[in-house]
Design a protein around this ligand. Structure first.
Ligand SMILES: *Cc1c(COP(=O)(O)O)cnc(C)c1O
Length: 428
């Protein structure tokens, strides 16, 4: 299944993947993957609340430690930081959604990202990454890993494919991007980025947190897909969680008892959290479709009213055709959109008007909640970037990012946003 290149064995060819030309429905793939009953025949999976597992024959232990007997092979579990049956079942369902061979669930999105990068890179290695990333990821690549691990990153505008190509060095071990950049909503051209990465013999790693269900990066050549499950996939803003989706070989390497970043840095998920998340996956496609339907409707109306709105579902978005070519039909284009209000002060007035006057949402970081969450990116989720990085990424001081919820009526929500924009003089 997996082609070996430059000793990095996580590249799956499009022929092997054999999917790209056929339409893909993640909800159908998920439904087909669901075969976990509870311990007593329950319709929900059981919570396996054990940190350690017995064997019938003591002589089985060495084979489990060597990785020869696994949850997949012989149903062998060892210890909760390694694999847990409930976490494992959730991971299998996420792998089905993302059309990857395997997945592993982690304590947070950032721990999933850190584990992937430290697995693929040794000290002295190099990463090529988009210059517009979640603030924590930007700090991890730009500050933490150079200091702590000697892994250095060149940040490039991800839609400038020549710049991406030119940034590669013989030490480059991965190409990293977000499907939809936070908060500029630049769409990554996944097929062409995969082509560049693979030509250099390295995997394309994609953070798909903004686009669950409606974009499936593995179908366009992404070798590893990471998620913050904290956002849409949880959907309730009540927990922190993440996942790594990729080849079985990569996940096995990350679980290696000697050199596995997941095993040794210990960022595993608790089984109780895995159970909570498993209950929410059946309605994730419904939620995404409704998020997308409402956001497109409201953004279209705001645009007509003269607002500087940016949403990839709008035809005015410079990469609308690209996102259309990437999107699985029927699930829309997500709930994240931005309005540029020019100055941070106007942005703050708008946010307070929305929250305190209209009760139209919360001034809060994060996204993918049932209610609208909104922030001024420059002073919040992108504040890890210095001024030059902020400018390079195209984040203006008055840029407001909204993650539209699905409570209330579309008419009411539109009117609340429109009035708040008008209040700060941002219409027409
Ligand atoms: C929130 C987020 C992360 C980090 O996830 P946590 O679950 O908070 O650790 C990474 N990438 C993106 C795009 C995010 O939105």
């Amino acid at each position: 299944m997996v082609r070996r290149l430059c000793s990095i064995a996580y590249l799956v060819t499009n022929k092997e993947r054999n999917l790209v030309m056929q339409p893909f429905d993640p909800a159908a793939a998920y439904a087909a993957s669901r075969h976990t009953f509870g311990e007593h025949g329950g319709v929900n999976m059981s919570i396996e609340a054990s940190s350690t597992f017995t064997v019938m024959a003591a002589s089985t232990m060495p084979a489990i430690f060597a990785g020869d007997r696994t949850p997949d092979r012989d149903g062998c579990f060892l210890y909760g930081r390694h694999f847990n049956p409930t976490v494992y079942a959730l991971a299998s369902e996420l792998a089905a959604f993302e059309a990857t061979q395997a997945a592993y669930c982690t304590a947070s999105g950032l721990s999933a990202i850190g584990a992937v990068i430290t697995q693929l890179c040794n000290s002295g290695d190099h990463v090529v990454a988009s210059n517009t990333l979640y603030g924590g990821t930007h700090a991890l690549l730009g500050e933490y890993l150079p200091a702590k691990a000697g892994v250095h990153t060149t940040f490039v505008p991800i839609s400038d494919l020549d710049a991406v190509e030119a940034a590669f060095t013989p030490k480059t071990r991965l190409l990293y991007t977000e499907t939809l950049a936070n908060p500029t909503l630049v769409v990554a051209d996944l097929p062409r980025l995969a082509e560049i990465a693979h030509r250099h013999g390295v995997p394309l790693v994609v953070d798909n947190t903004f686009c669950p269900i409606f974009i499936t990066p593995s179908r366009f050549g992404a070798d590893v897909v990471v998620h913050s499950l904290t956002k849409y996939i949880s959907g309730a803003s009540d927990l922190i969680a993440g996942a790594v989706c990729g080849s079985s070989e990569l996940i096995a390497k990350m679980m290696d008892l000697h050199m596995g970043s997941l095993m040794l840095l210990g960022a595993t998920m608790d089984s109780r959290i895995a159970f909570e998340l498993a209950l929410r996956l059946p309605h994730l496609p419904l939620r995404m479709a409704e998020h997308g339907r409402r956001t497109l409707e409201i953004c279209s109306r705001l645009e007509k009213a003269g607002a500087h709105v940016r949403y990839p579902g709008l035809e005015s978005h410079p990469q609308h055709a690209l996102i259309r070519s990437l999107a699985n039909p029927g699930y829309g284009f997500g709930a994240i959109f931005t309005v540029d209000l020019g100055t941070t002060q106007r942005a703050n007035t708008f946010l307070e008007r929305m929250q305190n006057q209209h009760h139209a949402g919360f001034i809060a970081v994060s996204l993918g909640y049932a209610e609208t969450l909104m922030t001024c990116s420059a002073i919040s989720t992108s504040s890890e970037l210095d001024d030059a990085s902020m400018r390079a990424a195209g984040i203006s001081p008055g840029l407001v990012r909204l993650s539209l919820g699905y409570t209330g009526t579309v008419d009411d929500r539109y009117e609340q946003i429109r009035e708040s924009l008008q209040f700060v003089g941002a219409l027409g």
